[in-house]
Structure formats: C-alpha cells, structure tokens
Design a protein around this ligand. Structure first.
Ligand code: ADE
Ligand code: ZN
Ligand code: ZN
Length: 257
C-alpha cells in the first residue's frame, strides 16, 4: 500500500527530457557517424560507456541536489512567436543558463587542451544530452507551461501531459529496443547529413520551436491522444531523433576530429 501511494504521488511531478529511449536512439545514431579520430578521443573520455548510455547521465543526476545547477541546461524557452532573424538576435544577447548558452559553452570548453579529466567527462556527458534534448520540440517551448508539462492530456486513456507524450510516450509506443529503433530509422544520405550539420545552433532551435508551435496549436487541454496522434506525428518524432543524432556527430567530429 505504501509503495503504491508513493508511486501515485511521484508520477505527476516527473519533469524529464527525451525519455531514456529517445536519448539512447539519438546517441547511437551519433555514434554511427563519428570519424575515427573523434571516436578514439571520446572513448578516451567515456571509457566503456557508449554514447547511447552516456546520453542519459544528465537525467539520472537530477536525483542528486549537488547537480541542481544543471536543471536549466536542458531547454530554451520561447514565449513569443519569433521569425528566424528575431530568434538569432534574441539568442545573440542571451546570457542566462539555458540549452543555447550551455551548448556554446560546453563546445568551447571541450576544445581546450587544458581541461581537467573530471570536467571533460562532465562536459561531454552534458553536451551529448543537451544536443539531443533540443531536438525534442517542447524543449524549445513556452516557459509559461514548462514546455508543455502543464498541458494535461490523456495518452491511451492514462493521465499524462504534452511534454511527456513527446519525451517518451510516442517513442515507447513503438515497442522497439533502442537498437531496433536505430536500425529502423537511421537512413540518411551524406548530402542530407551535411545539410543538417552545417546549419548553426540557432537554426536547430528555430526548427524545433517551429515544430513546438505546431504542437501547441494542435492540442486542447485534457485531450485524449491515441493511435491517431501517433500516426500523425511519429514521422516528426523519428526525423527529430535522426537529426539530433546526425548533428551531435557533426559537433563531436568538429570538437575532437
Ligand atoms: N522541463 C522543465 N521545465 C521546462 C521548461 N520550462 N521547458 C522545457 N522543458 C522543461
Ligand atoms: Zn534533458
Ligand atoms: Zn523533456
């Protein structure tokens, strides 16, 4: 009875990121596009931890208050509708701790030869995770509803929220292991990868925010989401998982290659 009660109390306060599967999928996809030099350097930092498994560290440590300062690194909120130039101008003067400023910071730090082994590991795990997170559209959503966490919905008749549907539920609904999922969706051409990778970080966020706006416009509070919603959006989910992985590989190749 006590255990059941704890479970009931705790489920609604979970505020996570692409769920574990989403992160592993994008991480494994990134791994498949590393150049040999980057792969070797990353192995030197992560040891036997694969990129797929390293991808979830930033969510696991949320249980330890030592790491509370990392909480805002997982998302960038945009409460106003912005054109791409408006978003670029906004981000250029952004100084708060968010996914944009931290991806920029972590990229610069990881390029430094003088970085301590401890920070190399922390920064690499965080960079991997955040690049994946920002491809979940609702990690670039409104602050006012916590990226959709406050938009209650039913998923297959169970209480959930819009953010969680996009972090986990659509992905888990496919009932694939993360390696099966990667095998199913990791089909890209070199030209496609080059196009995705050459776009700047501001464009990754713009694209993700454009999708977030579509999702906000297409939801009503307490809406019942099921097979129809899955059918409508699973391609978008998969595209964002692949893009996140491809862009993460591009960034890691640039840092370590
Ligand atoms: N998770 C918790 N708060 C969030 C927010 N404001 N935006 C996106 N994801 C979140
Ligand atoms: Zn996260
Ligand atoms: Zn999330």
């Amino acid at each position: 009875m006590f255990i059941a009660l704890v479970a009931i109390v705790y489920i609604p306060v979970q505020v996570m990121a692409w769920g574990q599967q989403g992160h592993r999928i994008s991480g494994q996809i990134a791994d498949s596009y590393l150049n040999p030099k980057a792969r070797k350097a990353i192995q030197g930092i992560l040891g036997n931890e694969s990129i797929a498994m390293a991808s979830n560290w930033a969510d696991f440590i949320k249980s330890d208050s030592t790491y509370n300062y990392l909480y805002n690194w997982h998302f960038v909120n945009f409460d106003k509708v912005m054109t791409e130039p408006e978003m670029e101008a906004y981000l250029k003067v952004d100084t708060i701790a968010d996914a944009y400023t931290k991806v920029t910071f972590l990229t610069a730090e990881l390029k430094k030869k003088t970085l301590s082994a401890k920070n190399k590991l922390l920064y690499l795990r965080m960079l991997i995770h955040i690049v994946e997170d920002i491809h979940q559209p609702l990690h670039t959503g409104h602050l006012s509803d916590k990226g959709g966490n406050d938009i209650k919905v039913l998923w297959m008749n169970n209480p959930s929220n819009l953010h969680s549907v996009w972090d986990s539920q659509l992905i888990d609904f496919q009932q694939l292991s993360y390696t099966e999922y990667v095998a199913a969706i990791n089909h890209t051409t070199a030209a496609q990868r080059a196009e995705w990778q050459k776009a700047p970080l501001t464009h990754w966020l713009y694209e993700s925010n454009q999708l977030a706006q579509k999702l906000y416009a297409d939801i009503k509070p307490d809406e019942k989401l099921s097979y129809r919603y899955n059918f409508k959006y699973i391609e978008t989910v998969n595209q964002q998982l692949v893009k996140g992985g491809v862009r993460l590989a591009g960034l890691l190749n640039q840092i370590f290659g």
